[in-house]
Design a binder for this molecule. Structure first.
Ligand code: HEC
Length: 149
């Protein structure tokens, strides 16, 4: 394995560990409030934010972020969840519970899925290899489970 591969694997493992930790932690919290609901908890925004921090902030942050999409910890949730895509008319960037209708997920998926849904531009992250399948899966799960903050 070369250095960057090792780095990639290590960061995927970190994300997975964070996901496991968070779901256990939140599961317990929810179990007290609503018994029986704990199996429906998915990854939290914190896990997804970690992916953005390492792969997207270079372009999607600061005063004039690419595609008017600020993915910094301060901006990401507000700019994604229930907000319309500027590229694909009629699609939300994140439609809670509907990953297939969420432009964010289409835009990071392989196979140009965003173009099939009326979007444009390149697959993200721009000019870099695709995200690890585990990371894409986490984003999908987060949206599927309701895109909690
Ligand atoms: C090298 C700069 C760069 C990086 C890194 C990058 N983006 Fe982008 N992003 C752009 C540019 C430029 C556009 C507009 C042109 C295009 O879509 O090709 C864009 C457009 C988008 C859009 C469309 C927004 C809309 O409302 O229609 C989404 C979603 C997006 N990026 C998500 C991401 C995510 C998630 C990451 C990290 C995994 C990422 N980008 C990494 C530059 C970048």
């Amino acid at each position: 394995m070369n250095r960057s591969k090792i780095k990639m694997v290590a960061s995927s493992l970190l994300v997975l560990a964070a996901a496991a930790y968070l779901s256990v932690d939140r599961g317990q919290g929810r179990a007290q409030a609503q018994p029986g609901q704990e199996h429906h908890i998915g990854p939290s925004m914190a896990v997804v934010q970690e992916i953005f921090n390492h792969n997207c902030l270079r372009c999607h942050r600061a005063a004039s972020p690419a595609a008017s999409l600020d993915l910094s910890p301060e901006g990401a949730y507000q700019q994604l969840v229930g907000r319309p895509s500027i590229q694909a008319p009629g699609l939300m960037r994140v439609q809670p519970g509907a990953p297939g209708d969420s432009y964010l997920l289409l835009k990071i998926s392989e196979g140009q899925q965003h173009l099939e849904r009326g979007g444009r531009g390149r697959r993200m992250p721009l000019g870099a290899p695709p995200l690890d399948p585990t990371q894409i899966r986490l984003v999908e799960e987060w949206i599927m489970q309701g895109a909690a903050r």
